[in-house]
Write a protein that binds this ligand. Structure first.
Ligand code: DGL
Length: 268
């Protein structure tokens, strides 16, 4: 038993969709969330920069004495997972492997779409991991960089969102994909519009669900679950604009964000 918190980080508010799933599946765990709002988006940055930022986020969480780290950000998971696993002496998990496993088991016709940021799709992380799980699959990755600002604007049900989704996703429909990985923290918020565009026969895979399951298994296997069944403590840190984080984040987390602190980027 270990009542230290789990650390979760993302480039901004998006990772709260992952935190939501972790709360759902591990309701007694204490959680610390860090959103690097001063430097979002990671998705259009270089590999070198993303690795550096991810390292700093993990260092911050480590300084808070977390027992494990979850990289909620798909971009950082795609690029920096191994780097962090090699440099921190605590378990670090990302969202790519669990998301890929879900997609491989969801498909019937072996044609899988992956949508994410430019860096995530260019890294090929999802595409190659899915192929490891299902060798004969065809994986099509499409970067959808406009989705993040549309969602942060609160326009997920708008005509703008629908037209943008049509523009990005038509190629996937033409390839007859039957499952689609929502490979970016924000996309579960756009689920309704994406479904409307791709149609009811395409299964949407949210990697957060399987990630929370993997986390649960990890804590169980390592014998570090919190068995103190009291109301858990949630703390939030951002590197900029905490009020915006609180406002937008509430929609992602579907609950009030208290215990929110701003930390200076130079201290990371
Ligand atoms: N959190 C990022 C992801 O899941 C999206 C936002 C960004 O580009 O930083 O890839």
């Amino acid at each position: 038993m270990d009542n230290r918190p789990i650390g979760i980080f993302d480039s901004g508010v998006g990772g709260l969709t992952v935190m939501r799933e972790i709360i759902e599946q591990l309701p007694y765990e204490n959680l610390i969330y860090f959103g690097d709002t001063a430097r979002i988006p990671y998705g259009s940055k270089s590999v070198q920069t993303i690795k550096k930022y991810a390292f700093q986020c993990a260092s911050f969480l480590k300084s808070k004495d977390v027992k494990t780290i979850v990289i909620a950000c798909n971009t950082a998971s795609s690029i920096a997972l191994e780097h962090l696993q090699n440099n921190f002496d605590l378990p670090v998990i990302g969202v790519i492997e669990p998301g890929s496993r879900s997609a491989a088991s969801a498909t019937k016709n072996g044609r899988i779409g992956v949508i994410g940021t430019i860096a995530t799709i260019n890294s090929n992380a999802y595409q190659s991991k899915i192929m490891e799980y299902k060798h004969d699959s065809e994986v099509i990755g499409i970067p959808c960089p406009l989705f993040v600002p549309i969602i942060e604007e609160g326009w997920e049900y708008s005509t703008v969102a629908e037209l943008t989704a049509e523009k990005y996703l038509t190629e996937l429909i033409e390839h007859d994909v039957d499952s689609l990985v929502l490979g970016c923290t924000h996309y579960p918020i756009l689920r309704y519009t994406i479904k409307k565009v791709v149609g009811p026969n395409v299964k949407l895979v949210n990697p957060a669900f399987e990630t929370a399951r993997d986390l649960r298994k990890l804590l169980t296997d390592e014998n570090i679950l919190n068995e103190n069944y009291e109301i858990p403590n949630y703390e939030y840190y951002t590197s900029d604009a905490p009020e915006r984080f609180r406002r937008i984040g509430g929609n992602f987390l579907k609950k009030e964000i208290d215990n929110l602190y701003e930390i200076a980027i130079d201290n990371l």
